[in-house]
Design a protein around this ligand. Sequence first.
Ligand code: FMN
Length: 194
Amino acid sequence: MSGATPVGRARADDALHILAVSGSVRAQSKNRALLEAARLLAPPGVRITLDWSLATLPHFNPDLDTLDGHTLPPEAVRWRESVGATDGLLISCPEYAHGIPGVLKNALDWLVSSTSFPGKPVALLGASVMSVYAPAQLRETLTTMNARFVDDASIAIPVSGASASAASIAANPELARMLRGAVQAFVDAIANRG
Ligand SMILES: Cc1cc2nc3c(=O)[nH]c(=O)nc-3n(C[C@H](O)[C@H](O)[C@H](O)COP(=O)(O)O)c2cc1C
């Protein structure tokens, strides 16, 4: 990893772990492609893992979110554990009807009472520069949840239809430059405050 030292974590490897989550569960999603490209372009010492479990999370229900955790659905337990174990959460999200896609808001609602989420570094990407409401709403929600929102790493990257695969994003010099810069800014923010 250039320009940053991996955060010391008690793990089998020394890599800095970033969990990547797409707010779109569409098979040909540009946001999903962006995260896959980020994985391809990750600097040495950084492992980006993509999490596709959002679509299988049950609807959030506070009745199931009890203090002893016994009533939590297994999918919610696994989701919380994945987020808890990562050094940073990298979200890429579209905008639906000037808002956050329900699938992502649902996943975030399951984290609200999670003890491991407060202080978690979070960066927000988007595959469209047209989306302004969803990023603002996500930022508000995430900061309300006491995430450590990393502004420098949070950008919109204009992925057009022609460049909507991970390989074509990674091969596009301008898109790759923007994506590399965002990931590096996120890594630096995590490492400097880890
Ligand atoms: C139901 C729906 C509502 C949308 N509403 C908006 C919107 O309000 N603003 C916007 O900029 N784009 C909107 N879009 C366009 C999507 O944000 C855009 O297609 C994005 O690329 C989808 O992300 P994906 O390729 O990762 O699935 C909407 C798309 C859908 C399917």
